[in-house]
Design a protein around this ligand. Structure first.
Ligand SMILES: [Zn+2]
Length: 213
């Protein structure tokens, strides 16, 4: 694979750790906005973003210009707009159980990056993910859910514990992003960057993924 998740993680991790990297300023600014939003959420335990008719009418008239794509789990304890103190038109959110990079999820990410020119894609797993636990414990489910858990299981791999499983699944989703020619091309031209994070459903904190061994 041309762009392994390690490289994708390096983009995301270095975005957070090393401001001297020659990455697009827009992506860096987006990540900082997200993390500042999470800090505000942690400080105030509410979402101070604008949700008025003014912002509804202006975005309806002028179109959307979200500053980040957030790909995360459908878990009701993981609401991206609240976690990042974001309002209407701020985030392009893609969700399913286990933040699996299904074809529709990938297509949505490509749409946001290529047509809305969103400079950053953040893939966010979370602690206590039921889909990851089901995969780790090799639960069998009927129907479409079984297919989804099988995809999460492919991401979880041979993890020994929930934390490792959550990280593996997240890295697997980042891997899948790196396989998209559309996204790779945008990244190669400095128009798009990726980041990975884990959300703690107890503390409310978003922790950026580092490129650890
Ligand atoms: Zn989950």
């Amino acid at each position: 694979m041309e762009h392994s998740y390690r490289e994708v993680l390096t983009w995301g991790g270095q975005l957070a750790m090393d401001e001297e990297l020659p990455l697009c300023e827009a992506a860096e600014s987006s990540l900082q906005t997200l993390m500042r939003g999470n800090a505000r959420y942690l400080e105030h335990s509410r979402n101070p973003a604008e949700l008025t008719d003014r912002i509804r009418l202006s975005t309806a008239a002028e179109g959307q210009k979200p500053y980040a794509v957030v790909i995360c789990c459908a878990d009701s304890r993981v609401p991206p707009e609240h976690i990042f103190s974001a309002g209407i038109g701020d985030l392009f959110v893609i969700r399913n159980a286990g933040n699996v990079m299904t074809p529709s999820a990938l297509a949505s990410a490509e749409y946001a990056a290529a047509h809305l020119h969103v400079p950053l894609i953040l893939v966010m797993g979370h602690r206590g993910c039921g889909a990851v636990m089901a995969a780790l414990q090799k639960h069998r489910e009927p129907g479409a859910l079984g297919d989804l858990i099988a995809q999460v299981a492919a991401g979880v791999g041979h993890a020994h514990n929930p934390r490792e499983a959550e990280r593996n699944n997240l890295c697997h989703s980042l891997d899948a992003l790196g396989e998209s020619e559309v996204l790779r091309d945008l990244a190669d031209r400095g128009r798009l960057a990726f980041a990975g994070a884990i959300y703690d459903i107890r503390s409310g904190a978003v922790e950026l993924l580092r490129d650890e061994p």
